[in-house]
Design a protein around this ligand. Structure first.
Ligand code: ZN
Ligand code: ZN
Length: 213
């Protein structure tokens, strides 16, 4: 049985532990993903330090995953070995509850969260239900792509639903893990963009030409 390394939290408040485990076999409706890169999100600390109700341990966090499908389980037809995929916070829906039948998968009564409901991307391989997969172009570098799966989606969707029109002034407050993506999306959306932040580390270089506004 081939082995893999996985970083797990065994109990809340404990340090990560690197464990060796058997490479998992995908069950029905699941794929196995060879993890190429996994972003680190602030929400990973829920598993690490302040568990959500019902959190089971040990658990490997990580919901900004870029990888390649390595094997598919029974009943999986669309997804094939070798396809590039991303997995974000949305770890899959049941497809049968009232919210799902309304197409509101994000509020599924039995929603799975990647890296919380099941082991996430802090591992060499992970399993995911097909409902959690997003197809990803081969041209994207895995390390660049991974943060788009949570920080990127969060800021992209916030702008998309903001009702701002091209040419409007959009202010992005806090130029950190999410904000630096928000500024770039807003710029590409055609907004006039103001970046609001504090601290010298996020200040643009003095000699740089103003990019926005
Ligand atoms: Zn996140
Ligand atoms: Zn549902």
């Amino acid at each position: 049985m081939p082995k893999m390394k996985i970083a797990v939290v065994t109990n809340p408040g404990r340090d990560f532990e690197i464990q060796e485990r058997d490479v998992p076999q995908p069950g029905p409706g699941q794929v196995r993903i060879l993890v190429q890169a996994c972003g680190i999100c602030f929400s990973d600390h829920l598993v690490k330090d302040t568990p959500m109700p019902g959190q089971l341990y040990p658990r490997s966090p990580g919901h900004e995953v870029a990888g390649v499908i390595d094997d598919v389980g029974a009943g999986v037809t669309f997804w094939k070995k070798g396809q590039r995929v991303g997995i974000g916070w949305h770890g899959g829906q049941d497809g049968t509850c009232l919210q799902c039948r309304r197409g509101d998968f994000g509020n599924c009564a039995n929603l799975n969260i990647t890296g919380i409901s099941y082991d996430g991307g802090y591992a060499e391989y992970m399993l995911a239900p097909v409902a959690a997969l997003a197809q990803m172009p081969n041209s994207l570098d895995p390390a660049d792509a991974a943060p788009l799966l949570c920080a990127g989606i969060t800021t992209f969707n916030a702008l998309r639903h903001s009702r701002a029109f091209p040419g409007d002034l959009v202010a992005v407050q806090g130029i950190g893990g999410l904000g630096h993506l928000g500024v770039q999306f807003a710029n590409k959306f055609g907004y006039r963009v103001a970046a609001i932040s504090r601290g010298k580390e996020t200040e643009p270089p003095k000699d740089s030409a103003p990019t926005f506004l």
